[in-house]
Design a protein around this ligand. Sequence first.
Ligand code: UDX
Ligand code: UDX
Length: 452
Amino acid sequence: MKIAVIGTGYVGLVSGVCFAECGHDVICVDNNQRKIDNLKSGKIPIFEPGLDQLVIKNSNEKRLHFTTQIPEAVRICDVIFIAVGTPPLPTGEADLSYIENVARQVAQAMTEYKVIVEKSTVPVKTGEWVKRTIRFNCKSGVEFDVASNPEFLREGSAIGDFLKPDRIVVGVESERAADLLRGCYQPIIEQSVSFDLDKQEVIHQPAQGNRVPFLVTNVSSSELIKHASNSFLALKISYINAVANFCELAGADVEQVARGMGLDSRIGSKFLDAGVGYGGSCFPKDVSAFLEISRELGYEFDLLEEVIRINKLQRELFVRKVKKAMWIVKDKTFAVLGLSFKPNTDDMREAPSIDVINALLEEGASIRAYDPVAMEVAKESFGDRITYCSDPYDTAKNSDAVILMTEWDEFIQLDMKRIHSLLNYPIFIDGRNCFEPADMARLGFDYYCIGR
Ligand code: UDX
Ligand code: UDX
């Protein structure tokens, strides 16, 4: 099939590359000329394990193309995915102006039937607006369908998630659109593609017996599934963080509580890791957008407000924990390990590290920081207000305490004796519960963590 993906951010680029790997002809479009020039020469704008090899491979095999020209992509392709950003406005609503703009340009270029698919996360009812925009802007008599196909991939494991999803959701108004979308996903539904994370390559294999559920709904339900899923996951994290705070007062251990809860298959063990709270480009934005669209439709979804409040509080409580550990923060130097909002990505959007570091800087502390891949991106947030170090040991040197913000594997495997010997004081404040308190005590650390 011939597939266009408009917007080459995390979602668009990963989707485009994976569709190409499934054997389709894919044109990726972006209005950022520099990004497109870089992609054409094999330079990838983001850090995502395995993505660079797949871009180069599929470009060389002529299944993956890059352009800034929407009309060219629309002319050639049957299915057009829109994956441009939907960032939050100051009100919490999603900014849908990029979607509208792209929908208009797609409509103006259409001369025959196309399916236009919302891939970006959008509030319920966006499909109706996109349909109206296209109807007003396309030539009369040109048929089209608008569909919704939310993406559930996680940064850091995006390719694996795209090729082996728990489910594929499509919201459609016609069988024709559903069939075309089923065609796009056929190898994934049949599980004849999978991703080997160690070798970072896609494995092609005979169709497996089990099929990935392909759920066909109406457009509004599909849009809602994305917001409701992400908000539920965010709720799960805020819930366990609230339990963690309770554990600290009650003398319980949140890791043990989460394990005990997670063994109940109705609850499940995933997304019960207590810490400094969730960040990233999706959860904060999607929970706010869900709350706002809900208000707009006439329902006060206060539960979501509380999810956001707990998440914000979690960062504040962490700063308080740092203060409690240090007594005085002013003029202290902190070794911050990890800046990205989670491991295996260089994404800093809504990263808890930003709030925590800013709060400590305001108190007069100095920050030495290290992240395996997010240092360049972090410079956009912190500029020269912090010192960027070459590795964790360099970071710890002459610092008064370690603060761990992101649970990169590299940090879990550190030589802790060496870290201990480099610090002025043996204080370790762990925002992600990466270590056993008893082990850290044995090594001589004053170890602080979350809910234990
Ligand atoms: C995407 C979705 O847009 C978002 O709704 C979802 O919740 C998460 O995934 P992401 O892929 O992370 O976000 O977005 P971003 O990295 O901002 O990429 C968007 C791309 O669209 C950028 O490359 C930008 O240059 C491009 N773009 C934006 C266009 O090509 N045209 C526009 O008009 C606007
Ligand atoms: C999320 C969703 O998981 C994905 O389905 C959706 O399409 C996009 O948004 P992503 O933001 O890439 O993916 O990362 P995710 O792994 O979900 O983590 C989000 C945040 O929650 C991170 O800051 C992470 O540290 C935090 N988190 C996650 C916790 O604090 N505890 C947990 O148990 C799990």
